[in-house]
Design a protein around this ligand. Structure first.
Ligand SMILES: Cc1cc2nc3c(=O)[nH]c(=O)nc-3n(C[C@H](O)[C@H](O)[C@H](O)COP(=O)(O)O)c2cc1C
Length: 251
């Protein structure tokens, strides 16, 4: 069994950590689907963690437009409510699948100051390592926080036994280590989002939480290019953890 981080013992789990697993391809019969199920099941063993697999296909994103204007309420809502993300993706021609980038581009503020863990998959020996390297600058650009560890599953065609368990113990240990780092980062960044303002705040900037009325902390400012360079200010409630994005003018 995966060693647990005991976030609760350290007083860090007043509510569960939501870490969805985003599957990076819509290819029929994709072998990375089995990897995503394995990752989600190991993650779900953690006592203070809630997870679910997000299937790109279920988002029904239009193919005739790009960016936040084609956002899926379901996807954006899940990312907004999350404390981090794991992406399980195959390597296609040394890069990431176009369908993954298409979906990632539909959110912005929802990602800011949340950690992301990566699991690469390939039939070749490198396990999607080139996909991971190519994806890193994209993830940073949308506001996600990178962590040091990742997992590569090479030779995926023979990687699982009949029960859907990975046969290579080293990959199990690598996932174990990546999950521990991700949860530490998720706990640390959630505390930061809720308690630490990113700049000096003026009284006029303070807005009340929609759910409980508590004054919220401002923890990110994002330029929304689609809205003509407007600023979106992201606030987090220090009491109930709710997030809200507020549009303003150019700062
Ligand atoms: C369009 C395409 C490009 C691919 N390019 C690579 C590649 O660059 N390197 C690699 O190791 N495997 C590559 N593969 C094979 C995948 O590693 C293989 O399909 C594996 O099962 C993981 O992807 P899947 O989740 O789509 O099954 C490619 C597969 C497709 C469909």
């Amino acid at each position: 069994m995966l060693r647990t981080l005991q976030l609760e013992r350290h007083g860090m789990a007043d509510r569960p950590y939501r870490i969805p697993v985003l599957r990076g391809t819509v290819r029929k019969g994709a072998r990375s689907a089995g990897v995503a199920r394995w990752v989600a099941s190991r993650l779900a063993e953690q006592p203070d963690v809630e997870t679910r697999i997000i299937e790109l296909e279920s988002l029904s994103l239009p193919a005739n437009n790009e960016g936040t204007s084609i956002r899926s309420q379901a996807f954006s809502g899940l990312v907004d409510q999350s404390d981090g993300l794991i992406i399980v993706s195959p390597e296609y021609n040394h890069g990431y699948p176009a369908s993954l980038k298409h979906a990632l581009d539909t959110n912005y503020t929802e990602y800011v100051h949340k950690p992301v863990g990566l699991v690469g998959v390939s039939t070749g020996a490198l396990g999607g390592a080139r996909m991971i390297e190519n994806l890193l600058p994209v993830l940073r650009a949308v506001g996600l926080v990178l962590i040091q560890r990742d997992v590569t599953i090479g030779n995926v065609a023979g990687a699982f036994d009949d029960e859907g368990q990975l046969t290579d113990e080293r990959s199990v240990h690598r996932l174990d280590g990546m999950v521990r780092e991700l949860l530490w980062m998720a706990a640390t960044l959630r505390r930061g989002r809720e308690a630490v303002p990113t700049r000096l705040e003026f009284a006029a900037d303070t807005i009340a939480c929609r759910d409980c009325g508590t004054p919220m902390n401002h923890h990110a400012t994002v330029i929304d290019e689609e809205a003509g360079g407007f600023i979106a200010r992201v606030h987090a409630c220090p009491v109930c953890g709710g997030n809200t994005a507020e549009r303003g003018g150019i700062e």
